[in-house]
Design a protein around this ligand. Structure first.
Ligand code: MSP
Length: 650
């Protein structure tokens, strides 16, 4: 039996032919905010993501790069894992469809559908788009071109197993018509699915014999499973399959969060597969819109693909998270521009939130000697607004409207800023009304703490910083129930409050323009080469642009000293002259290949703008390039003899 308080949320699993971009970051961040929110409600929450590694699209992408599909998957999966780590994503598991635990469950699902008599052998003749990994009818395509912009599509003829999708039309329509609790959100998407299904369903080809990169069909090893059947089953395989502990606790999923482009697979095929296998259906499918960039489709050929790492480096994690979730109502399309991010920083983060926190703490410093006043003396002017905001946030999250939850939190911030102006604690202090000053500031400090609490799902670091600044000492793993309606219980009179630097400093117009110019020169965003992106499948999705490349600073350097690092048989501590006046310390894994002395005086290539990292307790400021020799040893890369130390290599 599913735990009644389970909240199980999934993201789509991402194809590994592409490196992660803003669209992927968006889906995963929104799912993360829901997961964080429901954990705080005390519900037993499970949140997963992963990668979709089979199918023709991946097979082709790997072949183009001269790699095996597995090697491509192994490389790209790290990009996704790394990004989720860098974005502070709190997923409980990560599934790859090439894992055995997944394959076994996909086969089990197949077998259940066979046992119900819903799979039969036939032959497929029709149209297939590799970009979508989807079959299209003659009606859906014009001029043999993919309706979703993937360019030319193929005619295909091959023996195939079919799933009796047509038999599920009525049950699907009943599902869409269920009252009160729509299966698909937003409503416009539900209507789209309903009319697709009402238009009639054909049986679905669910195996392929002309590709081999996939999961073998049980008892028919010349067939591999259709990649969408394989991929959709991840939502069960990641739990350990039907009957496992996690399955019992969390299936069916509460929310499959997806992009609008993959609605048909989730809202038509997936429930039909589950109905056939006699398994419970997910509670809901929530489809979000697509991001464009300065009004244009995001595409490699337009060179406007937004790299989430760039955004994190430029703005910080919480700004990126806030922007994505606040800028677009969940379900609608959104447009990305750096200018909009900077505007949000100034308006919402600097003027509203940052200002409230810093002026509240500033006044506490000035009028109360930086000590927390008695929270019980709080004046009460904002408490009911805090309560109303908590209720509203709950409603908006349950209705899958995180942007509205954020808007409401900002209304509270705005109200609190107004309250400061109305109460004018400086005037009270001037007139010696010290009790009132303490009461007003206690009220403000508690409100700031509530804002910190409410921001936790959306901006976890900012939330922690705010709670720390006002010294709200919440228990580890706190829930909203722990707080009830009294945050003052966790704030003690007399403790020293923090005095953090301004959280989101305002960016003036001059500085803003400078940043925009620099970003433009770095990213090449908005450079239109006239290609509308139809050739996307021919583009090497992992290729870097010249701008990407030049973000790495390679310099000629000379090793001045070298010594082994105690307790490491691999690492050497080098002192390196890169023409900067002072030598740098660089830790290099060269101990097995070189005696320390043999390196002194050697000229090398240094990655000069690598983020410092501590290795065996020694801070390394750069990396020395080396290549693997034929016998498995290592040799440092030596720059051309006439190029002086300090020269940047281009
Ligand atoms: N592998 C399938 C999903 C299988 S789920 C059982 C897939 N992968 S994907 O990598 O192409 O896309 C994953 C998600 O990223 C989709 O939800 C898609 O909508 C989203 N996005 C891709 N580009 C996007 C934008 N430009 N904007 C917003 N999201 C977009 O589909």
């Amino acid at each position: 039996m599913t735990t009644p308080d389970s909240f199980y949320i999934t993201t789509p699993i991402y194809y590994v032919n592409d490196v992660p971009h803003l669209g992927h970051a968006y889906t995963t961040t929104v799912a993360d905010a829901f997961a964080r929110y429901y954990r705080r409600t005390g519900r037993s929450t499970y949140f997963v993501t992963g990668t979709d590694e089979h199918g023709q699209k991946i097979e082709n992408a790997a072949a183009e790069r001269g790699m095996t599909p597995q090697a491509l998957a192994d490389e790209v999966v790290e990009r996704f894992r790394g990004l989720w780590n860098d974005l502070g994503i709190s997923n409980d598991d990560f599934i790859r469809t090439t894992e055995e635990r997944h394959k076994a469950v996909a086969r089990d699902l197949w077998q259940r559908m066979v046992d119900r008599g819903d799979i039969y052998l036939g032959s497929y003749s029709g149209w297939y788009c590799v970009g979508c990994e989807a079959y299209y009818t003659e009606k859906e395509i014009e001029d043999k071109v993919c309706p979703y912009g993937h360019g030319k599509i193929e005619h295909r003829e091959e023996p195939s197993y079919f799933f009796r999708l047509s038999a599920f039309q009525d049950r699907l329509l009943d599902l869409y018509d269920r009252p009160d609790d729509p299966f698909v959100r937003p409503e416009s998407r539900l209507n789209e699915v309903r009319s697709f299904v009402a238009g009639g369903l054909q049986d679905l080809s669910i195996s392929r014999t002309t590709i081999s990169w996939g999961i073998d069909v049980p008892d028919a090893q010349d067939h591999v499973m259709y990649v969408w059947l394989d991929a959709l089953s991840n939502y069960v395989s990641v739990l350990g399959g039907v009957g496992s502990d996690l399955y019992e606790r969390h299936w069916p999923a509460s929310v499959h969060l997806i992009g609008k482009d993959i609605l048909r697979f989730h809202a038509v095929f997936w429930p039909a597969f589950l109905m056939s296998a006699d398994l419970p259906l997910p509670d809901s499918i929530v489809a979000h819109g697509w991001w464009t960039v300065e009004g244009q489709k995001m595409s490699k050929s337009l060179r406007n693909v937004v790299d989430p790492h760039f955004l994190i480096d430029e703005y910080g994690i919480d700004v990126v998270r806030y922007f994505m979730m606040r800028e677009v109502p969940l379900g609608l399309d959104g447009d990305f521009s750096h200018e909009n991010v900077l505007n949000r920083i100034n308006a919402d983060l600097a003027n509203d939130l940052g200002n409230l926190v810093s002026r509240t703490l500033g006044m506490a410093g000035k009028f109360l000697g930086g000590q927390m006043p008695d929270p019980a003396a709080a004046q009460g002017g904002l408490a009911s607004h805090c309560g109303a905001t908590r209720t509203a946030v709950r409603g908006f999250m349950d209705d899958r409207m995180p942007h509205m939850a954020l808007a409401d939190i900002w209304e509270l911030v705005g109200r609190a800023n107004k309250y400061v102006d109305e109460q004018a604690p400086w005037a009270l202090a001037k007139n010696g009304k010290n009790d009132q000053v303490a009461a007003v500031l206690a009220e403000l400090l508690c409100t700031v703490a509530w804002v910190g609490v409410l921001l936790d799902p959306f901006m976890p670091d900012t939330s922690a910083q705010i709670l720390d600044a006002v010294q709200a000492r919440l228990p580890d793993g706190w829930t909203f129930a722990d707080l009830a309606d009294d945050i003052g219980r966790f704030m003690q009179a007399g403790v020293a409050l923090g005095s953090p630097p301004p959280m989101f400093p305002r960016i003036d117009d001059k500085e803003k323009q400078k940043r925009l110019d620099r970003i433009k020169s770095l990213s090449g965003a908005g450079t239109d080469d006239g290609d509308q992106g139809d050739k996307e499948d021919n583009v090497d999705e992992t290729a870097v642009t010249i701008d990407d490349f030049f973000r790495t600073e390679l310099r000629v350097a000379e090793i001045k000293a070298a010594e082994p690092i105690p307790k490491s048989n691999k690492l050497l501590k080098l002192s390196v002259d890169a023409g900067e006046g002072t030598d740098r310390t660089v830790v290099a894994g060269l101990a097995k290949a070189y005696e320390s002395d043999a390196l002194v005086g050697k000229r090398v290539l240094l990655v000069a703008n690598l983020k410092p990292a501590k290795l065996m307790g020694v801070e390394s400021n750069g990396m020395v390039l080396a290549g693997e020799t034929a016998d498995g040893g290592l040799q440092v890369v030596e720059p051309p003899a006439n190029v002086p130390v300090g020269t940047r290599i281009k």
